[in-house]
Structures are given as structure tokens and as C-alpha cells.
Design a protein around this ligand. Structure first.
Ligand code: SF4
Ligand code: SF4
Length: 400
């Protein structure tokens, strides 16, 4: 039958692959299995076979695609510049269209729930109660692992939505994407972002009518839902020059929006803060605060090629940055992957946790909530894990 939606991988995207195999050593699923069909090249070959009508979008094809983490480690090393992440999203939209009924629960959660403040608040409240009563320990193993990685929600402070500060006559307005999960479960990260943006003297707004960025929907093949999230955000951020996100997965997705002309840039908060430190708008501190292991989220390192900035922030705060992984292999979190592919996710999570242990650091910096949860889940309280800007703000406050 071939492709049936407008989102499918294009011939140009697929033909960009010259079959060189340079992507194989950096692909986590190929490294776990050694199978060609678990490699970027193999998956692109399977997509081409669908395009040529040689294979169907059936269960076998779906399992090949589902096993991919979407980490995009294959992109920076690719001499053909294959836009693998785009081709993958298009393929997932095809699977959603051609293999109906296999994921109705997921459809509801990524298509509707993440965009609803009421649902996310209710989920946050339910989780807070479950944490207080110790009920998360009773969940099935794959969900228990997720729950184990969460921060304690008690005392997380008020949401960031609706905040507005800075010189009203500023000619540059920064909009903060609060995020669906981020503002409920990782609120201290948004709070740190706001404190630092204020300290640096920016004009900042956090529009109340914004919604989920749509990354999880797009990664799950819900292209229309992802587009609807984007359209709502275009309205919400009207008047902003720059839109900043505090989760690497969100900032990577925002960078792929076709924004109306008023938004001149989208940025991960690590880029904004690093630039403010370099410009002298935020301080560089004296003193030594000990070893901190750095974990690079795939959507920062591979999708946005942001590597130097989190390190600059930590070093400016006086930490000794310890590298744990030269190639930045995925930690196995990858959105819903933890729940949908628990064995592969576990192998990658254990590997990453071992790398942190070997570093000897008791502090870890990670700029993405999913990675933070995966690390906490497998390190079980052995280390303190926070976003790089939280570590920076902590040092600034201690230095006052
Ligand atoms: S590195 Fe790029 S061109 Fe080479 S096999 Fe992988 S996807 Fe194809
Ligand atoms: S996105 Fe990650 S898991 Fe998927 S093919 Fe590329 S490197 Fe492998």
C-alpha cells in the first residue's frame, strides 16, 4: 500500500542515505543487538522498502520503528545529512494512520491530556498523594521505575504560568515555555529559569494560554495533534521575540516549529544562561564546589548540537565538570520508551548509572526531565541530580 499521509518520509530524505554505516557505532539499539534492522541504516532501508511498495506498514515494520529511541545520535555523524528525526516522525505518523487501534490509550495521553492544564494538575495532585502515602511502590514494575525517578512533588512551589517581569520598554521580550510535565513535576527548574532571567535583566513573560510543545505527540505519530499544539503556541507567544524552554526535548521540538515571523529565535535555557554569563549579565563565581558529572540529553547534544553551554554554566559556578560518556549514548529514557520498551531502556539506564558511579561524582547535571528521571531511577538516591541552571543558581545563592 505504501504511504498514505502527507507526513511520510520523502524520497529525497530517504535517498540521502549512502549506506556508509558510519551511524552504526553511535546507535544505541544497534549496539545492544548488533542487528542491521535495529540500526539507522536498516530502518531507513525498511522505510525505502515501504515507499517502493515492497513491504507493508505492518506489525513487523512497526516493531522495527518502535525499537528506535528517536535519540538522533545518527544525525551528527551522517555524511549524507539524512534528516533521520524528521523521517522517523513521518514514519510514526504513517504507523498511526495504518495500524489503527494499537495505541488508543497513548493517543489520548499524548493527543489530549498533555495539552490540558486541568488534567495535568489533577495528575500532579494524584501523584503527590500517591508519593505521600507510598502508593507508588505498589505500581507494576515498569511504572514503578518511572515513579522512582520523579522528584518529590511536596513543596515544589507555585506554577510559573502568568509571571511577567523586567523593563516594560525592553525591545526584546523573552517568552518562557512552561511545559506540560515540566511545570507540574519539575517546577523548581522553571523557577530557577525565571530567577536567572530576572537577574540578567530580561523582559520575560510566561503566557497563561500556552500549551504543551507537542514533542511527545510528534514522536508518537500524532502529527495533527502536534500541529494543533504548535498553532495554540503561536497565538500564546505572539509579541515575543525569543521563546525559551527548560526541557531539552521541548526546546528541540520548538526549534522545528515553523514560527510566524515575530519569533526570531527559540532557545534551550542552557544557551540563554550561558550567553548571559559570557555577556557579564550573570556572574562567574570564584571557589571550588566539587565534582559534578554531566549527562548530555540526546535532544540537546544530538538534535541541537548544544554541548559547550551546560559545561560553561557549571564551570562558571565553580564546579569541576566530569565527563561520563564521550559519544553521548542515550540513557534509555526517550519519552515513552521506558514503558514501551522496558528491557532495552533498562540496559541503557544501567549502563548510564554505572558511568556516573565510575566518575566518583556525587552531583549530576542533566538538562532534560526524562533523563533526570531515568538516572534517579537507576541510581536510587546515591547522587543529587539537578538541571545545570539549578546547580548554577544554588552556587550564586550560596555565594551571596
Ligand atoms: S551515516 Fe547516514 S548515510 Fe551513512 S548509513 Fe547512516 S544514515 Fe545512511
Ligand atoms: S534515533 Fe537513535 S536509536 Fe534511532 S536509529 Fe538513530 S541512533 Fe539509533
Amino acid at each position: 500500500m505504501g504511504w498514505v499521509t502527507e507526513h511520510h518520509p520523502t524520497t529525497e530524505e530517504l535517498n540521502a542515505c549512502v549506506q556508509c554505516g558510519l551511524c552504526l557505532p553511535v546507535c544505541p539499539t544497534f549496539r545492544l543487538t548488533g542487528r542491521e534492522t535495529a540500526s539507522p541504516r536498516g530502518r531507513l532501508h525498511a522505510m525505502s522498502a515501504v515507499a517502493e511498495g515492497v513491504v507493508e506498514v505492518d506489525e513487523t515494520f512497526t516493531s522495527i520503528i518502535d525499537f528506535c529511541l528517536g535519540c538522533r545520535a545518527c544525525e551528527p555523524v551522517c555524511p549524507g545529512l539524512v534528516p533521520y528525526g524528521r523521517a522517523l516522525e513521518g514514519t510514526r505518523a504513517e504507523i498511526a494512520a495504518q495500524v489503527p487501534g494499537r495505541q488508543s490509550q497513548r493517543s489520548w495521553s499524548v493527543g489530549k491530556a498533555l495539552g490540558s492544564r486541568v488534567t495535568m494538575r489533577a495528575a500532579g495532585l494524584g501523584l503527590l498523594v500517591a508519593q505521600a502515602l507510598g502508593l507508588t511502590a505498589l505500581a507494576p514494575l515498569r511504572y514503578r521505575r518511572v515513579a522512582r525517578g520523579l522528584r518529590r512533588l511536596r513543596g515544589r512551589g507555585r506554577p510559573s504560568l502568568g509571571r511577567e517581569f523586567g523593563p516594560p520598554d525592553s525591545d526584546r521580550i523573552v517568552g518562557l515555555l512552561a511545559g506540560c510535565i515540566q511545570d507540574e513535576w519539575f517546577r523548581p527548574v522553571n523557577r530557577a529559569a525565571l530567577e536567572l532571567l530576572e537577574m540578567a535583566g530580561h523582559r520575560v513573560v510566561v503566557p497563561t494560554n500556552q500549551t504543551c510543545c507537542g514533542a511527545l505527540a510528534a514522536h508518537d505519530g500524532k502529527a495533527e495533534a502536534a500541529k494543533a499544539y504548535a498553532t495554540s503556541n503561536f497565538d500564546a507567544f505572539g509579541g515575543c521575540d525569543v521563546v525559551v524552554a527548560t526541557a531539552a526535548g521541548c526546546s528541540a521540538h520548538l526549534a522545528g516549529y515553523e514560527w510566524p515571523g515575530f519569533v526570531s529565535a527559540t532557545m534551550d535555557i542552557t544557551v540563554t544562561v550561558a550567553r548571559d554569563i559570557e555577556a557579564g549579565l550573570l556572574p562567574t563565581l570564584d571557589g571550588s564546589r566539587g565534582k559534578i558529572a554531566i549527562q548530555d540529553p540526546c535532544h540537546l547534544r544530538h538534535a541541537q548540537r548544544v554541548i559547550a553551554e551546560p559545561r560553561l554554566i557549571l564551570e562558571a559556578a565553580g564546579y569541576e565538570v566530569v565527563e561520563i560518556d564521550d559519544v553521548g549514548l542515550c540513557c534509555g529514557a526517550a519519552g515513552l520508551y521506558t514503558v514501551l520498551q522496558p528491557e532495552a531502556s533498562e540496559q541503557l539506564g544501567i549502563r548510564k548509572a554505572d558511568q556516573v558511579r565510575s566518575s566518583g561524582a556525587k552531583m549530576v547535571a542533566s538538562a532534560n526531565p526524562g533523563c533526570e528521571m531515568q538516572l534517579r531511577s537507576y541510581l536510587r538516591g546515591e547522587v543529587d541530580i539537578r538541571h545545570p541552571i539549578e546547580w548554577y543558581l544554588k552556587a550564586v545563592m550560596e555565594g551571596r
